[in-house]
Design a protein around this ligand. Structure first.
Ligand code: GKR
Ligand code: MG
Length: 450
């Protein structure tokens, strides 16, 4: 099944002013929609990171994609990585290297990107991941099976997600001529965070709750977490993720104050070495709260250190940059083997990324926690799928049974997303610049801040 055409559509969607240790979300978040069209006119679709960098990287891969059989994915990955005859071993590849010796003139340089919330990212793997998802959708359509069946078959029919709370400025996102209603209101103190949690749970039915921290001094964030525990009761699992804004002593202090209240503590500090010191300090105090990470663990190259160090108990995977759906299924087997928990990280996204996560989760037995999702923060008016928003029931999404990912593109909605992209002027995510523009002209990211 040859791929005859690759369509790339950059889109923008309204995004509310959410706060994190990276700064402030801009009025628009950026995504890229990938379409692979087969010779006989079938279309496979995928959603990935947005803006000029990811779009340019995908564009450079075009000659490696056109004319290739959609099943020929292992070689596609090698070709994109640019060293088909001698692929680097994941554990030894230097993901920070500027360029590799490169026999293929079309191969992507082994650039890395540092995006808010994602640590180091390997550009070739991100490109491959988007193409791999679209190819799975295409194959699923061609043979009439859901993507999860191509990944090994479903072990669950519903995939649970966690509420994802943010400290938030007033505003619903979108530019001045396109401002959206602020459905959530500002949330700058513990009682507003509790109100946000109640609203999100009422609308989506989530059974676990994560707070994005690293925004206010730790005492305020501890207060917010304790307020959540009091409001939601001890049976609602809670998590906090300051995106590495804390020192080791601060992380131990917060972990101690929240002992018994957390199902895991996410990326309190920036590196595996510092996380090991946090884990050690907590254990010495008799606190066995697992540590989770999507910042210091971003690729297979990090897994040996996770296993050797034993400090990170939960890997927060993300098919968008680990190298696609099959990569995470494989990661699941590794995590199972080594007794490490597994969940999924998210970034601002629409329903197409959500459905890819759902199929993946359905086919990953060792997914031990409800996954993150930013989906509630996006405005339904910006959804690009036929039929609109993906529904949630009791905090979970039903695994589609139709062919492929189970969704098709609403062409008008996609065109509106494209127009928004053209109009909005943003070409990469820069939360620090937004923070300086709207809140504090002197603001800069400091890690650790407390
Ligand atoms: O949306 O501001 C955000 C998050 O901080 C995001 O960028 C992170 O990647 O959600 C992510 C995380 O868990 O670190
Ligand atoms: Mg995180």
């Amino acid at each position: 099944m040859k791929i005859a055409e690759m369509r790339l559509t950059p889109i923008a969607m309204a995004d509310p002013p959410l706060l994190s240790s990276y700064g402030l979300h801009a009025p628009y978040a950026l995504r890229t929609i990938v379409e692979l069209v087969s010779e006989d006119g079938l279309v496979g679709i995928a959603e990935t990171h947005g803006g000029a960098g990811p779009l340019g990287d995908l564009e450079r891969a075009r000659p490696l994609v056109i004319g290739r059989n959609a099943f020929d994915l292992a070689r596609l990955r090698l070709a994109i990585e640019g060293d088909a005859s001698n692929p680097p071993h994941p554990a030894t590849a230097d993901v920070g290297a500027a360029a590799k010796t490169d026999p293929d003139p079309n191969a992507l340089p082994a650039q890395t990107y540092t995006l808010p919330g994602e640590g180091r990212l390997d550009a070739p793997l991100r490109v491959y991941a988007a193409l791999e998802v679209a190819a799975h959708d295409l194959i699923g359509r061609a043979i009439g099976v859901p993507v999860c069946d191509l990944l090994g078959g479903r072990v669950r029919d519903e995939v649970p997600f966690s509420a994802y709370l943010f400290f938030k400025q007033a505003g619903g996102g979108g530019g001045d001529d396109d401002a959206r209603a602020d459905r959530w209101g500002p949330a700058l103190d513990p009682s507003a965070i509790v109100a946000q949690a109640r609203q999100m749970i009422a609308e989506y039915g989530f059974g676990s709750v994560k707070l994005k921290g690293g925004v206010f001094p730790p005492a305020q964030e501890i207060a917010a977490m304790l307020a959540l525990r009091d409001a939601l009761g001890p049976d609602t699992p809670l998590r906090i993720d300051p995106n590495a804004a804390w020192t080791v002593p601060t992380a131990i202090r917060v972990g101690t104050a929240l002992a018994g209240a957390l199902e895991y503590l996410e990326d309190p500090t920036p590196t595996l070495a510092s996380m090991a010191r946090v884990r050690h300090g907590l254990l010495e105090a008799g606190i066995d709260t697992p540590l989770a990470s999507n910042t210091s663990v971003t690729s297979f190259a990090d897994v040996p250190d996770v296993v050797r160090g034993g400090a990170v108990g939960v890997i927060l995977s993300d098919h968008h940059y680990w190298g696609g759906l099959r990569a995470i299924v494989q990661l699941g087997r590794l995590c199972e083997t080594f007794g490490v928990g597994l969940s999924m990280h998210s970034n601002s996204h629409l329903g197409l990324s959500l459905l890819a996560m759902v199929h993946l989760a359905a086919a990953t037995p060792h997914l031990t926690f409800a996954s993150d999702t930013h989906y509630p923060w996006q405005d339904g008016a910006d959804e690009i799928l036929d039929g609109g928003r993906v529904p949630f029931t009791n905090g979970a999404v039903r695994v589609p049974t139709g062919p492929g990912l189970g969704a098709t593109l609403d062409r008008d909605a996609l065109a509106r997303g494209r127009e928004r992209y053209d109009r909005c002027g943003y070409r990469n995510r820069d939360d620090a610049a937004e923070m300086r523009r709207h809140i504090d002209p002197a603001w800069r990211r400091v890690v650790p801040r407390w």
